[in-house]
Unconditional design. Structure first.
Length: 272
């Protein structure tokens, strides 16, 4: 989802939707400056500053990754010393004064931004158990489309792609989130009969924050060549068929840019 924050009603929505990011933590802070050439003086002049803050937090049994992009930045500070860590959030504070948005990301003001407007991009999913050291791959996709992939569709597409799999549904549990539509494991046929075969765990949920759906793909245990191939292929199939946003780690990627991003990461030697 995307939401533009410009006026006081938008600020109220942001704080209500996120709960002020209470109990979350900042994972990334990026500052970019745009410069233009002043032909009269022959010098480059500052034409705008953008600050992007990525926050992981939980609210209403949902794990969320939010990217808050603040444009037209006129004041910014990030101050840490003597081992202080301003990444852990209590609850952010924000106000709109004289047409300027002011964000305090911690009570001490060690992470502080003044800007003209902000945009929230977010991917959310029902809270799952934390990834253990052995769980090395997870991919999340969120779309506002009304129709969503079915298990039958996934199996058929994998079969056409030459990677036939079988489906093993996850048993219902009393604490299961009400937004989850289906959940289970896809196992490549080549892994049938293997001891402790787990394959790729898949979960579809929705609707959430309005119309649409989300999909989480994750590898339980050590990712080998076969499970890695299935996860990568599933991500490609979903991103090609449905419009939306992908989440890898703390990076939110438009679905239309998924293939380019993946190719770039693979060239860098990343395991995608």
């Amino acid at each position: 989802m995307k939401y533009q924050v410009v006026n006081i009603e938008d600020v109220r929505w942001l704080l209500g939707h996120t709960g002020g990011f209470r109990g979350g933590y900042v994972t990334d802070v990026q500052v970019s400056k745009r410069r233009l050439l002043d032909e009269a003086s022959g010098r480059e002049v500052l034409a705008g500053t953008t600050v992007t803050v990525v926050i992981r937090y939980r609210i209403r049994q949902m794990a969320r990754v939010a990217k808050l992009t603040m444009t037209g930045v006129t004041d910014f500070s990030m101050f840490e010393q003597e081992g202080a860590d301003c990444s852990t959030l209590g609850v952010i504070q924000t106000e709109l004064t004289d047409g300027k948005l002011r964000f305090w990301f911690d009570p001490q003001g060690e992470l502080y931004v003044v800007c003209e407007e902000a945009q929230l991009e977010e991917v959310a999913a029902p809270s799952l158990e934390p990834l253990s050291l052995e769980q090395v791959a997870q991919w999340t996709f969120q779309s506002e489309m009304a129709d969503w992939p079915t298990v039958t569709w996934l199996l058929a597409e994998l079969d056409v792609a030459g990677v036939p799999c079988t489906w093993r549904a996850t048993a219902l549990s009393p604490g299961r989130h009400s937004a989850i539509q289906w959940e289970g494991d896809l196992l490549p046929e080549s892994m049938q009969g293997a001891v402790d075969a787990t394959g790729v765990h898949c979960m579809l949920y929705g609707p959430l924050d309005g119309p649409g759906f989300g999909v989480v793909l994750r590898v339980r245990g050590v990712q080998d060549r076969r499970t890695g191939q299935v996860l990568s292929l599933l991500a490609d199939l979903i991103a090609q068929r449905f419009s939306g946003q992908c989440l890898v780690g703390n990076t939110i990627i438009p679905g239309g840019e998924w293939q380019n991003w993946k190719s770039f990461e693979q060239q860098r030697g990343a395991d995608v």
